[in-house]
Design a protein around this ligand. Sequence first.
Ligand code: PLP
Length: 286
Amino acid sequence: MSQIVYVNGDFVPAAEAKVSVFDRGFLMADAVYEVTSVIGGKIIDFDGHATRLQRSMSELEMVSPVTMDELLQIHRDIIEKNNLVEGGIYLQITRGAPDVRDFAWPDPEEVPCGIVLFTFDKPLVDSKVMDEGIKVISIADERWGRRDIKTTQLLYPSFAKMQAKKKGCQDAWLVEDGFVTEGTANNAYIVKNGTIITRQLGNDILHGITRAAILRFALEAQMKVEERPFTIAEAQEADEAFVTSATGFAQPVIEIDGAQIGTGIPGDISKRLREIYTEEMIKAAI
Ligand code: PLP
């Protein structure tokens, strides 16, 4: 069965899904996106992703082409049309396609935002990474300053990930003014003496939907949480490290810039948080 994609109101086979070369998402990365995971054909934390999407659009003065109820229905329809059981839904809203390339934004009354969704299969619950953990490098954070808005400007994170791959690692932790901001596509954490430490929210990191849930579950499980910046040196001395994202859940980090973290195998707190997250999110899936 060919993949079915949603483009501006229509469900079409992927090969027929087209957007204009004048689309500002294509020309200027003038677009926001969300990735939401699906387990057992159900959506994980739709409300969290829909709320962040609305915030991203409002920060950039974009007018949503759909209501959030319509968006939920589109998510359900695309799951069904692709027989998606486990994996994710990628959603992108762009500022549309005016006739001319211009730095100034078009009038939203004349040029409506465009919307595209597609699905992908990915094993989420049983993940090899969970048993093995990942290795990361550190690299300067050279992204723009509004990382709290989930835009499609992903060239620097993509560049950073390639630097990690060249060094035999799976990801990079980004460092600004001596402190870790986050991973290329995830939020970063360390654990020291039972306390979970992660950077506080601000414009310098994406407000991870998984991060919010993980911290909530950690507090409910009586774990200690500190929201503050940490350095690579502190991370290398930590007992555990891990990252969180919608399709990665919580993934242990076992090496940072060549230094083994803790015992060099996924830590107990990271594992426990992943278990709780998986269980609770499956229960709440819609
Ligand atoms: N930080 C960045 C830069 C990301 O790109 C992502 C996800 O794509 C995250 C954090 C994790 O966010 P979420 O948990 O909402 O997937």
